[in-house]
Design a protein around this ligand. Structure first.
Ligand SMILES: *Cc1c(COP(=O)(O)O)cnc(C)c1O
Length: 429
């Protein structure tokens, strides 16, 4: 880190988080009511109400409240897989022997459910415009793997992907979409809420998301039969009989009415949180004027992100050397340049939490043997290498190398944010 970075700046007494829960008080009321009325299990007024409110907000016919976004993704993938390939024998996955196209630059919970069902994820590269799945790379993937019928798409950091283009490619190839809107609840693309684009879609109420239930997730669909199956699977697939009767595999994935109370208390604050996050994004953008960096981009004409996380991308010409191994990173400090590793170290030194860009799935040890398709076709460029000014053909690896997530907590004060901006500015001295 450069000597000047911390001159005269002292660390925040309390950590400024990347994104932490923000309670308002109403949560307590609904949790208390669940306890007072003894509806503390997986049935109750809070669940009914959060399902109704989420379906209404997004515009979906049905919402099923589940224990986590990951659980919702698992059931969403299972619903889509069974619609495509039929119900598997007990002990077998619904995707055995099948390949599934998946977003590459995302959190691994997006893609793990494919493996839970025995399928093989093939990763589709990212585009620079929105940092989401590249429709051109998806088209290429269907040329290379014409049998694929399922695509799992995420909207990263609350920025909608090019949903209509991705949908058009999938329709041309007769493929279904599972939409991971875990990070993008409240974001819209061409006036349509994310959560509307998938055949089955998912949002999350994890503690770090735009609103939270402390945990929890929601499966969204317009198909009544799918909603009913997901609800039944989530409560151990009990048949309608006096005794425990089971015809298919079950899961314990239902949201509890207590968690439902937290979500119910948070829902009225979704728009307020989005406004706060947007102000944070705009303040960073203005604060970085004149630096060789850009913010995580979005389609300003067509999309309204929820601005869950603010990120920055260092221009190729301003990248100082940085090498990442599997678990550690090294960098060289150079005048006029910086690197994500240097910036993250600098903001950590003032007690603020940033994070590298979500490391692309095709670079992860668990998935790096899997297929990976860029807009130029199949292939894996050297994923750790950053080639100055050059197009490696691997957009995800490039954004991972040059980008980082900034402290984006909605409780961060403008003064704290200004100090973070100042520290980052000094990294480029
Ligand atoms: C958080 C997240 C999930 C998982 O949601 P949980 O509620 O934590 O299980 C899935 N996908 C993405 C993109 C996420 O950010």
């Amino acid at each position: 880190m450069k000597n000047c970075v911390l001159d005269g700046i002292s660390p925040f007494p309390q950590k400024v988080w990347l994104s932490s829960p923000t309670m308002h008080g109403d949560e307590q009321k609904w949790v208390d009511e669940a306890i007072r009325t003894n509806w503390v299990s997986t049935v109750g007024a809070n669940l009914n109400e959060v399902e109704r409110l989420c379906a209404e907000k997004i515009g979906r016919r049905y919402a099923v409240a589940l224990s986590a976004g990951t659980a919702a993704l698992h059931l969403a993938v299972k619903l889509a897989a069974e619609r495509l390939y039929g119900q598997p024998k007990v002990g077998h996955g619904a995707l055995e022997g099948k390949k599934v196209f998946c977003s590459d630059m995302t959190f691994d919970a997006t893609v793990n459910p494919v493996a839970y069902e025995g399928g093989e994820a093939v990763f589709i590269d990212t585009e620079y415009d929105t940092w989401n799945m590249d429709p051109a790379a998806l088209e290429k993937a269907f040329e290379l793997y014409p049998d694929v019928k399922l695509v799992v798409v995420a909207h990263l950091y609350g920025t909608p992907g090019k949903a209509d283009e991705l949908r058009a490619v999938c329709d041309r190839h007769g493929a279904l979409i599972v939409e991971d809107a875990a990070e993008s609840f409240g974001a819209a693309y061409k006036g349509v809420q994310t959560g509307m684009f998938g055949d089955v879609s998912v949002i999350s109420f994890n503690g770090n998301k735009i609103i939270t239930g402390s945990s929890g997730g929601m499966l969204l669909t317009d198909c009544e039969a799918d909603a009913n199956r997901a609800r039944k699977w989530s409560t151990q697939s009990r048949e309608n009989a006096a005794w425990y009767q089971h015809e298919e595999l079950g899961y314990n994935y239902r949201m509890s009415n207590i968690i439902g109370g937290v979500v119910r208390g948070q829902l009225p604050y979704l728009d307020a949180h989005i406004a706060q996050k947007k102000a944070i994004y705009e303040r960073y953008k203005k604060g970085f004027e004149g630096l060789p960096v850009t913010m995580n981009p979005y389609d300003e004409a067509n999309s309204e992100p929820n601005f869950w996380l603010s990120c920055l991308l260092i221009g190729p010409e301003a990248m100082a050397p940085q090498e990442r191994g599997e678990k550690t990173a090294l960098y060289v400090s150079e005048p006029g340049k910086s690197s994500p590793t240097e910036i993250l170290e600098a903001i950590a030194a003032i007690n603020a939490e940033g994070r590298p860009i979500w490391k692309p799935m095709h670079m992860q040890p668990i998935y790096r043997m899997h297929g990976f398709v860029t807009k130029n076709g199949s292939g894996r460029a050297n994923s750790n290498a950053y080639i100055a000014g050059g197009d490696t053909g691997d957009v995800g690896a490039d954004i991972f190398a040059r980008g980082l997530c900034l402290p984006s907590d909605n409780k961060m004060t403008p003064e704290q944010q200004d100090l973070i901006i100042e520290v980052i500015r000094r990294c480029f001295r």
